[in-house]
Design a protein around this ligand. Structure first.
Ligand SMILES: [Zn+2]
Ligand SMILES: [Zn+2]
Ligand SMILES: [Zn+2]
Length: 281
């Protein structure tokens, strides 16, 4: 179908369902346009709007969300592939309702409807979830190579996989739980830290087998931590008095343990000079 045939008015009408200025419980006219778009074969446009409504943070939109799941249920019974892109968003509602709908109370009708859609779309759903998980892993590795770090901001992954952050967070959470990916997640900054068999030089960013004591790329020698005796792969902290290095967290812990109240500082484990955390280089 050419662009000329595209029913802009119908699309606009469907988008009216998202109009935040009208707070009536069901924006019936806008919602009605969605099945009409589907019927006329504009699946992508229709699913776009369905995703927008499902993601709408407006608490008044709960009835619109229910209406969307009603439409999705009908579609899922015929051909779930049409609403494939909507399924991960419903999957989040089903698995993480409260976190997802923080501004709207978890609604039993919405959850029941969502469960119905997911049951009917089961085969497409698991297929799609598996595909998206693999895509997230691929993009995370891509970003790891680009940024030269194993700490991947999931906020940067989301747009590249074409999903919202909340969906990415759920899928990553599942992958970590099922050990489909090795690493850990830090909610501060939504960082996924990938565990790898390789180490990365803090100086030049090159990747190499974990047990090397010297970077094969820039030649920097990795210092040993004076506290745990292991090679330091992260940026080390150095005592300004004796020049010995340690893992940051180990040195901070040591300074805390050896804290002298009168001096207000802790003691370097090697030269025994008193240091404040901000004295460390
Ligand atoms: Zn290097
Ligand atoms: Zn250490
Ligand atoms: Zn020292």
């Amino acid at each position: 179908m050419s662009d000329k045939d595209f029913p802009d008015d119908l699309f606009d009408k469907a988008l009216d369902a998202l109009d935040e200025t009208s707070k009536e419980p069901i924006k019936t006219e806008g919602i009605k346009a969605i099945p009409e778009l589907l019927e006329r074969g504009y699946y992508d446009k229709a699913v776009d709007i369905m995703i927008k409504i499902i993601e709408d943070p407006d608490p008044y939109s709960i009835n619109d969300k229910i209406a969307v799941t009603d439409i999705a249920h009908q579609v899922a019974q015929q051909d779930a592939n049409i609403i494939r892109r909507l399924l991960p968003y419903l999957y989040v509602i089903y698995n993480k309702t409260e976190a997802y709908l923080t501004r709207a109370a978890p609604d039993p009708v919405l959850i029941m409807n969502t469960a119905n859609v997911l049951t009917h779309a089961k085969s497409v759903l698991y297929d799609e979830i598996a595909r998206l998980k693999q895509l997230i892993i691929d993009v995370a590795n891509q970003i790891s190579n680009e940024y030269k770090t194993n700490n991947i901001p999931l906020g940067d992954v989301a747009p590249r996989v074409g999903l919202s952050l909340v969906v990415v967070l759920l899928l990553v959470d599942e992958m970590l739980l099922n050990k489909e990916v090795r690493g850990h997640y830090d909610s501060v900054g939504d960082i996924l830290t990938l565990e790898s068999d390789k180490a990365r030089c803090y100086n030049c960013g090159a990747e190499f087998p974990k047990d090397l004591e010297k970077c094969p790329s820039c030649g920097i020698e990795f210092p040993k931590c004076v506290i745990c005796r292991l090679i330091i792969r992260t940026i080390p902290v150095t005592c300004p008095k004796c020049g010995n290095s340690a893992h940051r967290e180990h040195m901070l812990e040591w300074l805390k343990m050896s804290h002298d109240k009168k001096k207000g500082k802790g003691m370097c484990p090697i030269c025994q000079n008193y240091l404040a955390p901000e004295d460390l280089k």
